[in-house]
Design a protein around this ligand. Structure first.
Ligand code: GDP
Ligand code: MG
Length: 178
């Protein structure tokens, strides 16, 4: 039958966070539907997507929540984080300010999220690295090391490392759960 309806062994929630326009929605649509949009508009209301992933002999259904643009108004509520076991914390490697704002996001994650939440730091838009990079790979690496996070640079546009970022999060959550 349809893979969506397969019996799953685990169901869990994960969230996408980070500044506006860093590419959160495109990372999710790439991961869940293998789609990318050049002009994606913030949608109304919280949205989420599912994807089933096999880890070892277990089938995991990941429910991944995307913001609906509330991050622009710093209006993400605690219910967004409630019950989430994982987070992709995203910045844009071509905009330094989105990296500087990670402190605020980490603070919020720790305020509202569960203490053992798996956080993967994602520097998105790596396809623009040669022309417009404002954040070095080393900066991402050292912040991740300092904060105890996994780290990857991705391109939702060119489909680079997108699966890896989600899989790292999902595999680590599975390790904690089992
Ligand atoms: P969000 O506000 O964080 O959800 O960001 P969006 O997914 O809506 O993306 C914001 C803008 O960045 C859109 O114009 C996307 O087409 C663009 N974008 C997203 N990911 C990438 C990427 O990996 N590379 C490039 N070059 N553009 C991207
Ligand atoms: Mg969005």
């Amino acid at each position: 039958g349809d893979s969506f309806d397969e019996e799953c062994d685990y169901l869990f929630k994960a969230v996408l966070i980070g500044d506006s326009a860093v590419g959160k929605s495109n990372l999710l649509s790439r991961f869940a539907k293998d789609q990318f949009q050049l002009d994606s508009k913030p949608t109304i209301g919280v949205e989420f997507a599912y994807r089933n992933i096999r880890v070892g002999d277990k089938l995991i259904k990941a429910q991944i929540w995307d913001t609906a643009g509330q991050e622009r108004f710093r209006a993400i509520t605690s219910s967004y984080y409630r019950g989430a076991l994982g987070a992709l914390l995203v910045y844009d490697i071509t905009r330094r300010a989105t990296f500087e704002n990670l402190r605020k996001w980490l603070y919020e994650l720790r305020e509202y999220g569960s203490s053992d939440m798996v956080i993967v730091l994602v520097g998105n838009k790596s396809d623009l690295a040669n022309s417009a990079r404002e954040v070095n790979v080393e900066d991402g690496q050292s912040l991740a090391q300092l904060e105890g996070l996994s780290f990857l640079e991705t391109s939702a546009k060119d489909n680079l490392n997108v699966e890896e970022a989600f899989f790292q999060m999902i595999t680590k959550i599975h390790e904690i759960m089992s």
